[in-house]
Design a protein around this ligand. Sequence first.
Ligand code: GLV
Ligand code: MN
Length: 201
Amino acid sequence: MDPDPIEDFCIADLTRNGGTLSCNYGFPCKPLSQVTSEDFVFSGLTKPGNTTNLFGSAVTPGSVDFFPAVNTLGLSANRVDFAPGGILPPHSHPRATELITIIHGKVLIGIITSNNQVFSRVVEKGEVFIVPRGLLHFQYNVGKNKARTYTVFNSQKPGIINTPISLFASLPLIPDEVLVKSYMLDTNLVQVIRDKFAPAK
Ligand code: GLV
Ligand code: MN
């Protein structure tokens, strides 16, 4: 739910302004005289991401930082690939509702509401699942084969808070005691989990 556009479009010039948003509205526009049809096409979602990682999943982003044409238009898309058994762990997008389309495979998708209620279902090819803005959600490939989804957001920059990484591999790290007390963990377990993320950092 980004602000409404005030021009037909505004292809982001990511090189100006130090590559940061010029205001809460968007990036500065590339001059119209330099805009071509190519600017409206993004090929970044055509190839599968590398799922050889701790979670067996790969998010290929299509937010404004990667696809400058969505600047000021209030939407963007990701591609998510899953190895068999791969998971996209519980995460949330602070600035967007998300529509997940299953391209192939069988994916268990779940949302967790602010009342701690869970709504989940195995979603199959061609079906879509809606994730309301800000809610924790997960995607888990429960099929025997690879799976692929496309996710569309009503924000050019939805943001992501990926709970395992946010909590156990933040920069700087949050104090171990916070995690020990919050999750009632043995002290050494926090380090065991942190060590798994270390090579990925
Ligand atoms: C999927 O949930 C994604 O955030 O792309
Ligand atoms: Mn998501």
